[in-house]
Design a protein around this ligand. Sequence first.
Ligand code: K1U
Ligand code: ZN
Length: 168
Amino acid sequence: MALLPILCYPDQRLHKVAQPVRAVDDRIRALIDDMLETMYDASGIGLAATQIDVHERLVVIDVSEERNQPLVLINAEITWMSDVRVKGEEGCLSVPGIYDGVERATAVKVTALDRHGQTQNIEAEGMLAICIQHELDHLKGKVFVEYLSPLKQGRIKTKLVKAQKAER
Ligand code: K1U
Ligand code: ZN
């Protein structure tokens, strides 16, 4: 297993659109294990393959308190989302130190493959529903800050570019 480097906003690779996983094989299972290790190490509740510069439709999530309920979504599609929406605070491992409110559907239904290539149908609400929408946005090349005003987006870009220059 290995820790993978996470792309940092405004890296343009975060805007690439992911392609479907062609086969759920040992390469994908090794990637899943590395992504889970990377997510847990970074104290995240989710990670999309886009964030580690792999542009395939693969997401890992664990919203459990105990951090022992990993969920793997391969080629996931949202089949239904509630009309009821809620504004909640979001963060992102690719946008370190930035948290802001985003409006999302409170509940979603998702169909996806698991790590064995089996179809799973998931009904999610609460934090899991929010996290699924956030991660599937990553696969479309969308970062949560794009829901914020252009003014806020500009400020976030400036702050993170400055921080990245200082790190070098
Ligand atoms: O980078 C990511 O996609 C993971 C991201 C997932 C997420 C967090 C909050 C709302 C929606 C999606 C994170 O795990 S950010 C770090 C984190 O653990 C966290 C931040 C704010 C609220 C809850 C958790
Ligand atoms: Zn994110």
